[in-house]
Each structure stands twice: as C-alpha cells, then as structure tokens.
Ligand binder design. Structure first.
Ligand code: G3H
Ligand code: 13P
Ligand code: ZN
Length: 337
C-alpha cells in the first residue's frame, strides 16, 4: 500500500531551501545505509538543531532492503520527535536514474527525489527530468535535477572526467523541467580521492592542496537564476584527521584529498543550499573501527566497535553543521511556528 511522506511526519525540501538561500547557509544531506549511520545523523542534527536531508542511494536500497529502509526512516522520524520535537527532515533519493525508481520511492514515503540525467544528452536529460517532475509534483514531492557531470562514482555510473555546468543552459533547463533544485558541477567529485596529486599543489607542510572550485561558474549561474536552490554533490572534505586515523591503524588510503572546508563555507553562503556528504562519514566510521580493532584485538561484540564509530560520526556531523554548513540552530527558524 502506498504511503505519503506527510503520514510519516516528513517534509519536502521547499521551505528549508528557501530559508537556506535567504539565510546564506546550506542544508546538509547525509547518506545512510545502516542503523548506526542513521542514529548518528538523527542524534547529531537533533542536538545541533539542524534541519537535514536523509539520503538514500539505490545502492543503499539494495544493501539494506528497500522495505526495511523505509521503516528505518519512519523510525527515525519518531525518534526525532522525542529528541527535538520541532525538527523535521526530508527523505531523499540520491542519484535516481529512472522514472520507475523515483515513482517507487515516492510511493514508499520519500519526500524528495533526485533524477540524475546528467549522463544523458541535454534534451534527453530534460525529457526524463520533466517526466519525474510531473509525477512527483502531484504528490508535493520536490525534485532535484543535475546539469554537468562530476568525476568519480555516482552509484553505478562512473565518470572518468568531469564536465562543468554550462551556465548558459541553466535557465532553459529549470524552466522546461520545472525542477525545484539543481545540482551543478564546479569542480567537486565523489569519493575520497577527488583529485590526482598532479592536479594539486603542496603547501609548506607537504599537504596536498586541491585546485579551487569554479566559483565564477557558480556566480554566473546565480546571476542567471537568482535565488534558485543550487546543490553541491561530492562535497566531503576528506577530513585529514580521519585519513590519518585510518592509515595509522592499518589502513592504506593513498592520495586522499577532498574539498577544503573554507570553500564549502563560501559555497554555503551563496545560492548553494544543499551540500552532500557521504565519504566523510565513511572515513570517520572506518577510522574509529580500525582504531578499536588495533587497540582491543580481542573485542568481538559489534556494539563495542560500531558504538565508537557511531559516536565519531555524530561528532563529525555536529562539527559540520556548526562550522561548515552553518545549519546548526536553524531548526527553530524553519520549523518552530
Ligand atoms: O554519490 C554517491 C553517494 O556517495 C552514494 O554512494 O552509491 O555507494 O551508496 P553509494
Ligand atoms: P562525497 O563522496 O564527497 O561524500 O559526496 C557524496 C554525494 O555527493 C552523495 O550524492
Ligand atoms: Zn552525489
């Protein structure tokens, strides 16, 4: 039987994006695949009073089982009521690739979907995105489209090279598709090795410094579609302390480099109102688990290593909400009427 997201106490992204664009901050979108990630996201956002988007990729749906995942999200909404009664979140499909997948998510309580037609031709992207928008809007579900290609892995789609968003296309795309937000490509990419060493310079401590994001493209996009909600994917910073935690406890992450926090702060203060973070959460949990395994090799109760991993992820999310996205404390602004 179909479930509408409002029955689950969820919200779509409309109001939060409006407040984020006006207030010059960004809503964090965190991916989850399991219970500990979900607990960490909910607890951290409740504690920092941050509006948030819970993201589910099609890989996550396959991993956790789509029925279980939908009830986990419903459970998260109930848990959130106890932790922070005025706060609400959106349940979002990350990198949807077909109309059927989007429909299936909408029927099971998602309040927002992404249709990623960025790997198609421009006209095919418009056609597919428009079909999803027409369906989703009947249920008051918001839709994110994408123009431009990010390098790295987007679910099952791997792009060797990025191609930046062409500002001259955005107005036409937004108008013809009716999307509610637009993901753009300005130099971010997915995963923990976002740049090759030869793309980076080295600072005085020998740390790799990636090339800056293409803020001139973002500015031109803002000029053409003022106030329209813009989304940044591939926005993990690949937090050096977690890379170090992993490598000093038996891991082997080479040339791991992400988007510097300073650049994300600058983006969050612009029309960018949603910032996607998945890899940093994976790194935080892996670092904590590796550390635990090294320090206590006789431990075999999963709660003893997944618990610290959850704590580390929670601490990371609070830090991001407060010091990078600027979303901490904004729950009351958006939801307390
Ligand atoms: O953009 C991709 C997200 O990080 C989701 O990754 O497809 O491995 O779940 P995934
Ligand atoms: P990261 O790999 O940089 O965390 O990006 C996640 C993302 O864009 C999910 O859609
Ligand atoms: Zn993404």
């Amino acid at each position: 039987m179909a479930t509408h997201y409002k029955e689950l106490g969820l919200v779509n992204t409309k109001e939060m994006f409006k407040k984020a664009v006006d207030g010059r901050f960004a809503i964090p979108a965190y991916n989850f695949n399991n219970m500990e990630q979900l607990q960490a996201i909910v607890m951290a956002c409740a504690e920092s009073d941050s509006p948030f988007i819970l993201q589910v990729s099609s890989g996550a749906r396959k991993y956790a089982n789509q029925t279980l995942l939908r009830y986990m999200a419903q459970g998260a909404a109930e848990m959130l009521k106890e932790l922070n009664p005025h706060l609400k979140f959106a349940l979002h499909l990350d990198h949807g690739d077909t109309l059927e997948l989007c429909k299936s998510c909408i029927e099971t309580g998602f309040s927002s979907v992404m249709i990623d037609g960025s790997h198609h031709s421009y006209e095919e992207n418009i056609k597919l995105t428009k079909q999803v928008v027409e369906y989703a809007h009947k249920f008051d579900v918001t839709v994110e489209g994408e123009l431009g290609v990010l390098a790295g892995i987007e679910d099952e789609v791997v792009a060797e090279k990025s191609s930046y968003t062409r500002p001259e296309e955005v107005e036409d795309f937004v108008k013809r598709t009716g999307v509610d937000s637009l993901a753009i490509s300005i130099g971010t990419s997915h995963g923990a090795t976002k740049f090759k060493p030869d793309q980076c310079t080295k600072n005085k401590d020998g740390i790799l410094v990636p090339p800056p994001l293409k803020f001139e493209i973002l500015e031109e996009i803002e000029r053409r579609i003022p106030g329209f909600p813009i989304v940044l994917h591939g926005s993990s910073s690949v937090v050096p302390k977690y890379v170090e935690m992993i490598n000093s406890n038996g891991g082997a992450l080479k040339d791991a480099v992400g988007i510097p926090e300073e650049q994300l702060r600058k983006a969050a203060a612009s029309a960018v109102c949603k910032i996607n973070i998945d890899s940093d959460g994976r790194l935080a949990m892996t670092g904590a688990i590796r550390k635990m395994f090294k320090e206590k090799p006789s431990e075999f109760d999963p709660r003893k290593y997944l618990g610290p991993a959850r704590d580390e992820l929670k601490a990371m999310i609070i830090e991001k909400n407060k010091n990078v996205l600027g979303s901490a404390g904004k729950g009351a602004l958006i939801f307390k009427k």
